[in-house]
Ligand binder design. Structure first.
Ligand SMILES: [Zn+2]
Length: 439
């Protein structure tokens, strides 16, 4: 997910001085645009450090065999490569957690960490793991996008394909919806595919098929489906055209989770307030984001005066309790990382939230398939690091993510309501700062 365009378009500075916000009945379309693949950043990491789809399968099967308490199920196949999409279940607790990684194929770190976490939960007999598994049940989809994960093309023009990964899956649009949606593209090398984190739809499959049951009047610019629902217009809703998205939707609806976590990468951004005067530049290595409903409308940084439409500012299908738990889950991770007392962990920022109606977080967390028994959501984005701002390498990003995941699970096992955490920790955390160029 890339909010940079929207931040620029509104002229909002890093600190979110809440002076913007002109009421508008039409959305800023720029903000729905998927970011392009972060090709500049690909040079700084070696994908060879990551599991291929085949290696991922082998590793998951090995963990299942060794563990005795992990169950592995193929829930679908990718559109282009026909590679398996795996779902892992572990734990016996009452609190259900749904976790997905690498919905964008060029964002592999979440999957690598998920694999470590699955192994730990599946094979460790530590007291911490016992405690977690007694209280929590996990449904994990590591690597939602096997096509994008393995994407090769001639990136540097040497007539040989490089393994670079890309954001989209590999899937042509062949007229299966009224229009070709805005999140389908052939970037970067002519191969068609969907940005799958724009392809979800809030209405459950049992109730509505956006591929065929839409109306012509809902469409804007021949590419955005602005779906009316429950008195709202859900701008740029997804069409569930990708089989991967349909599989994840079903996985989520079956799991009926209390918490939903999605992991991404981002480009480089400065930690606000650094890089000015004598203050050295410091990069924010992780940004987090909560999803919340109307009770927190006044905290929505892009719509400070409660401007309409509400569904542009907050997710109106998330109740007060769920919204609070979502924000506290983010507070917990911010606290947990800060307490590590290590300078690489104290650069956490947040995104100013607004809903993306085709995203996993905003379409699935309302959980309308289960009578709106909504899930508290959290989005992680870890940054690639630049040489001059910090030590490069994937080790730190993996460590940040792993600490975030395990601390979250431990705290949720203690108290699924997260009563000891404050929503203010989240809102006191700065919005991410200006973009830095990656080499
Ligand atoms: Zn992403």
């Amino acid at each position: 997910m890339n909010r940079r365009n929207f931040v620029k378009a509104t002229g909002l500075a890093a600190f979110g001085s809440v002076t913007i916000g002109t009421a508008s009945a039409t959305p800023d379309r720029d903000k729905y645009r998927p970011g392009g693949p972060k090709l500049g950043s690909q040079k700084s990491i070696s994908l060879d450090a990551f599991h291929t789809n085949e290696e991922l399968t082998t590793e998951l099967e090995k963990i299942e065999r060794q563990s005795g308490r992990v169950s592995l199920e193929e829930i679908g196949r990718s559109a282009g490569r026909n590679d398996p999409i795996w779902e892992v279940k572990v734990g016996d607790g009452d609190t259900e957690i749904h976790l997905v990684t690498q919905i964008h194929g060029d964002e592999a770190i979440g999957t690598e960490v998920a694999l470590k976490v699955i192994k730990t939960l599946g094979t460790s007999n530590s007291r911490q793991v016992d405690h977690i598994l007694e209280n929590l049940s996990f449904t994990i989809v590591p690597r939602v996008n096997p096509d994008g994960a393995m994407y090769h093309y001639d990136f540097d023009g040497d007539d040989e394909d490089e393994w670079v990964g890309r954001r989209q899956n590999t899937q042509a649009w062949t007229g299966e919806s009224r229009y070709r949606p805005y999140y389908h593209s052939t970037y970067p090398a002519g191969d068609p595919g969907y940005d799958m984190n724009r392809d979800f739809n809030v209405r459950p499959p049992s109730e509505f098929d956006p591929r065929t049951e839409d109306e012509a009047s809902w469409w804007a610019d021949g590419q955005y489906m602005d779906m009316p629902y429950e008195g709202h217009t859900l701008f740029a809703s997804g069409l569930r055209l990708a089989p991967e998205v349909r599989a994840v939707t079903e996985s989520f609806n079956d799991a009926d989770p209390d918490y939903a976590i999605t992991h991404h990468h981002k480009g480089g951004n400065l930690y606000p307030g650094t890089g000015d005067g004598n203050e050295p530049k410091k990069q924010t290595l992780m940004s987090v984001m909560a999803s919340y409903g109307e009770d927190y409308l006044d905290r929505s940084p892009f719509f400070p005066d409660g401007h309409t439409p509400v569904s542009e500012a907050v997710n109106p299908f998330l109740d007060s309790d769920t919204s609070t738990r979502s924000i506290k889950l983010n507070s917990l991770v911010i606290d947990a990382l800060a307490e590590r007392g290590n300078s690489i962990f104290d650069s956490i920022t947040r995104y100013g939230y607004y809903p993306l109606w085709g995203s996993y977080l905003d379409s699935l967390c309302p959980n309308l398939a289960n009578d709106g028994d909504s899930a508290a959501g959290m989005l992680y984005e870890v940054a690639y690091q630049t040489d001059d701002l910090g030590q490069k390498g994937i080790g730190r990003q993996m460590e940040l993510t792993k600490v975030g995941f395990l601390e979250s699970f431990d705290a949720l096992a203690d108290d699924p309501e997260l009563r000891e955490y404050s929503t203010e920790t989240y809102f006191d955390t700065p919005l991410y700062g200006e973009e830095v160029q990656l080499r």
